[in-house]
Design a protein around this ligand. Structure first.
Ligand code: GKR
Ligand code: MG
Length: 428
C-alpha cells in the first residue's frame, strides 16, 4: 500500500473562558486534522493540537510521507527522523501545554497510519496495539476555574436558552462553591467517577479549600486530583501537599523540575503525577534516577503517537511508575485515539483526562461521542472507528480562518480581562 495524498486542515472549535496557570482560554481552541489517502482508496485520520508551527512542520514532511507504505511505520518514522530537526525536551516550554512540534508530527502520522492499517485489516486500532484489555474506557471529570461565558461565537456572552450541562458550562466558577456546582453538573451529564481540578489560578489556600469542598460533596470513594501546573515552589508544594494528605488520588505537577518534584515526593505520602517534568524519552533516565514522580501522564500527541505511548507504558511497568493520561482541548478523532490507547494499555489504570465536555461542536459523522458512566465505549468500526463529517470539517475550518489565531496564547487572552497580567513560571 502507498500513501498518495496528505491533507492538513486547521480548525477552530468554540471554547469557554477557562482559567489556568498561563492565563485564559481564548473563545476558540485550535486543532489540526491530518488525512492520509492511499492507492487502495483508504483514508487514515489523525488530530493534533493546532498552530501554524505544527501545520508548517507537517507540510514540510509531506513529500516524505507521500509514496511511503503506511503498513511500515518503522521505515516511515526513520525517514521522518532524517527530515525533522532534533528537538530537546526543553522545547516543551514553561506553559501548561507542550510547545514541541516534532512529536506532534510523529503522532499525527502514527495515528493516521494505524487508522489505515486497521481499515486495511478490518480490525480496531486497539487490536494493533496489542489487544483490548477494557472495552469501556473510564475518563475523569476535568474542572476549571472559569469566568462567566460560553466562548465560541458567543465570545464571552451566554446563551440564555441553554439547559443542563450546556448552561452550567457557561457559568462562572471562581470559588469552592462554584467548583462544586460545576462538578455536580459535569458528573450528572457524563457520569464521571473521578474528578480533577485545574489549579494554578488562585493562591493555594483557595484551591485546597475547593478540593476539600469536593471531598465533602462527593465522599472518599471519588478519586480527586489537583494540578497547579508547577506554579508552586517546593516549600509551598510540601506545605499544601501535607494539607491534602488523604484527600487526593494524586497531586499533579505541584512544582517544576524533576529535582523539585523528587524533593516533594520524599516529603509526601500522596502520589505525584506529571505531564511537565517527565515528558519525553530523554527525561526517563532522570525520572528513574531521581524518583521525580509516581505516575507519568501519557498523551499520544506529545509522546510521538499511540505506539510510542505503549513504549512509555513498558518503561513505566519496569520502573514502577503508574500511567495516567493528559489532555488538552480536542475533538472526536483524538477522543477515539485516546480511547483505543486506553482500551489497549494494561497498566493505564487511572481514569483518563479529557477536555471533551468543554466543547460542543464535532467534526466526525454522528456528532458528539457519548459517555456512559464516565466511560467511552471502544468504537466498533475498523481503524479508529470514526469518519470525518466533511461539512462539519469545512465549517470548523471556516471558523479557523475567521478566528485569525496562529497559536494558543492564554496570556494575551487574560490581558483582555486583567490588563498587564503576566505569566510567571512560579507564583506561590
Ligand atoms: O487546557 O488550560 C488547559 C490546561 O492547563 C492544559 O493546557 C494542560 O496541558 O491539561 C493540562 C495539564 O497540564 O494537565
Ligand atoms: Mg497537568
Amino acid at each position: 500500500m502507498r500513501i498518495t495524498a496528505m491533507h492538513i486542515t486547521p480548525i477552530a472549535l468554540g471554547d469557554p473562558p477557562l482559567l489556568n496557570a498561563a492565563g485564559l482560554h481564548a473563545p476558540y481552541c485550535l486543532r489540526t486534522v491530518v488525512e492520509l489517502t492511499t492507492d487502495q482508496g483508504l483514508t487514515g485520520l489523525a488530530e493534533v493540537p493546532g498552530s501554524v508551527a505544527v501545520d508548517q512542520a507537517l507540510a514540510a514532511v509531506r513529500d516524505t510521507v507521500i509514496g511511503s507504505d503506511p503498513l511500515n511505520w518503522h521505515a516511515l518514522r526513520a525517514k521522518l527522523a532524517g527530515r525533522c530537526a532534533p528537538e530537546a525536551s526543553v522545547a516543551r516550554g514553561d506553559k501548561p501545554w507542550d510547545g514541541r512540534t516534532r512529536v506532534q508530527v510523529y503522532s499525527a502520522l502514527d495515528v493516521a497510519c494505524l487508522d489505515l492499517q486497521g481499515k486495511a485489516f478490518g480490525v480496531p486500532v486497539a487490536h494493533l496495539l496489542g489487544g483490548v484489555v477494557r472495552e469501556r474506557v473510564p475518563y475523569s471529570a476535568y474542572l476549571f476555574y472559569k469566568y462567566e461565558g460560553a466562548g465560541g461565537e458567543l465570545a464571552f456572552g451566554t446563551d440564555p436558552a441553554a439547559t443542563g450541562w450546556a448552561a452550567a458550562r457557561q457559568r462562572a466558577a471562581l470559588d469552592p462553591d462554584g467548583v462544586v456546582a460545576q462538578a455536580e453538573a459535569m458528573v450528572a451529564e457524563f457520569g464521571f467517577e473521578s474528578i480533577k481540578l485545574k489549579g494554578g489560578c488562585f493562591a493555594p489556600a483557595q484551591e485546597v479549600a475547593a478540593m476539600r469542598a469536593l471531598r465533602r460533596r462527593f465522599g472518599p470513594h471519588v478519586p480527586l486530583r489537583l494540578d497547579p501546573n508547577a506554579l508552586w515552589t517546593v516549600e509551598t508544594s510540601i506545605q499544601w501537599g501535607r494539607e491534602l494528605e488523604g484527600v487526593l488520588e494524586y497531586l499533579e505537577d505541584p512544582c517544576r523540575t524533576q529535582d523539585g518534584m523528587a524533593a516533594v515526593r520524599r516529603a509526601l505520602k500522596t502520589p505525584l503525577a506529571t505531564n511537565m517534568c517527565t515528558t519525553s524519552f530523554d527525561d526517563l533516565p532522570g525520572s528513574a534516577r531521581l524518583g521525580s514522580e509516581d505516575i507519568i501522564l501519557t498523551d499520544h500527541h506529545f509522546w510521538g503517537g499511540l505506539r510510542s505511548s505503549m513504549e512509555l507504558a513498558a518503561h513505566c511497568r519496569t520502573f514502577g511508575r503508574g500511567v495516567s493520561m493528559h489532555s488538552n482541548n480536542h475533538a472526536g478523532i483524538s477522543l477515539a485515539a485516546m480511547t483505543h490507547l486506553g482500551a489497549a494499555m494494561p497498566n493505564l489504570t487511572y481514569a483518563l483526562d479529557t477536555h471533551y465536555p468543554w466543547q460542543w461542536e464535532e467534526i466526525i459523522i454522528g456528532g458528539r461521542m457519548k459517555f456512559d458512566g464516565g466511560c467511552v465505549e471502544l468504537p466498533r468500526g475498523p481503524g479508529l472507528g470514526v469518519e470525518l463529517d466533511r461539512a462539519a470539517l469545512a465549517r470548523a475550518h471556516a471558523t479557523y480562518r475567521r478566528a485569525g489565531l496562529a497559536e494558543r496564547n492564554d496570556e494575551i487572552e487574560m490581558q483582555k480581562k486583567v490588563p498587564g497580567w503576566k505569566f510567571a513560571q512560579t507564583r506561590w
